[in-house]
Write a protein that binds this ligand. Sequence first.
Ligand code: ADP
Ligand code: ZN
Ligand code: MG
Length: 479
Amino acid sequence: MSREEYESVIGLEVHAELSTKTKIFCSCPTKFGASPNTQTCPICMAMPGTLPVLNEKVVEYAVKAGLATNCTISKDSKNDRKNYYYPDLPKSYQISQYDKPLCENGYIEIDTKNGKKKIRILRIHIEEDAGKLNHDDFGGGSLVDLNRAGVPLIEIVSEPDISSSEEAEAYLRKLKAILEYIEVSDCKMQEGSYRADVNVSVKKKTDEKLGTRTEMKNMNSFRSITRGIDYEIDRQIDLLEDGKQVEQQSLRWDDVSGKTFSMRDKEDAQDYRYFPDPDLVAIRLSNEYVENIRKNLPELPEKRRERYLNEYKMTEKETDIIVSSKYLSDLFEEAADICKNRKAVSNWIISDISRILNEKELEPADIPFTAEQLAHLVMIIDKGTISSSIGKKVLEELFENPREPEDIVKEKGWVQISDEGEIKKIVAEILANNQQSVSDYKAGKDKALGFLVGQAMKATKGKANPQLLNKLFIEELKK
Ligand code: ADP
Ligand code: ZN
Ligand code: MG
């Protein structure tokens, strides 16, 4: 049989940490990066006799996420205990939701190479995060950090509607953008606040029944996820082609070897002995409560995309880059409002800012300068104070040590030379030193002009006004 006879089926369980100030069942802070065990209390350390109290913001944020992904909100839900032992889980159960999740039956739409596709969302439930084990640097032992224990999570479970690694990436990016837009999670993948369990199976196209799935746990980069999916699809097809079977397993993806490794046989729901948490009351929501959240939902990426395309007449390419991140999109709108030059702001974002973010491996949220500073950069270029090539150097400075672009330019002596007399002198000098290009130009080789302008720019370290340079070169060459 050939590989073309198989198709792959993927379902994703996304965990997003909610950006509430305090944890889900106690008032400890949730800030990332604090020293180990400094954000803990008897409740999240699971001392006997303590009682959890549900943080209402968690419900509000989860409902927001449900509404933004077209889910039905359950007016009657509850918390359940999911029982298992692990050293980062001192209660030996995780408070989660089992048969009555807060949100059900939603979907989001993604763009695929065959057009738009709906990916259904089975459920979104709230739960607490576990602590963290530190295995490194302790002479063979492991240490437990409970700062993360009790940080609120939503788990967003998709139906197995995803057919390839590209679709999985599109889904994860879209969902991430939505959560950022509604401001319920900062979705910082390197910090683990947006991570996914990735379920993969394959089956023959002619088969109705889905194949046996494997599950890669806790993946937090787009690259590992797409590589992991492609690897699993290949591995599973190979097994079936060899007449073997895929085992239902939890796997660990290893980035270095580019392979998956078995962690354990996959547990089933009955293994967890779920039961309603007797320490917590049921969660009852009024219509009014839900409708009020619906009314106050901010503009979602899809709407913003339409606005950019229809009202701003932006291209699809620039729109998609900017709208993909709320941070970029807000930066764009604020800066454009100030400098009144939307096109220039968009160009900076999709070219140089995106390039630098890539080089420095930063997320848009880590951009250190303000929208006002970006707007001022555009304005001093529009005014002719600096050329756009100097503008690039100012942008690099804004990333290094953000301050007023005008101050940077003064400090560095980058003000543009727009004095006609001064530029004439430079033009004369360049012409005198490049006789060959002068003859080339006169012989009809227009390219020679570009070379001459480039030489003049080099000589002035990019400070000469390029329009003026062009004009004066042509005047001289026509003589
Ligand atoms: P568990 O927590 O046991 O993994 P869940 O119901 O929370 O179970 O999640 C199951 C996930 O696996 C869902 O995202 C679902 O779409 C996906 N899934 C279920 N069956 C398959 C399958 N045969 N192939 C790929 N994905 C699957
Ligand atoms: Zn606590
Ligand atoms: Mg799972």
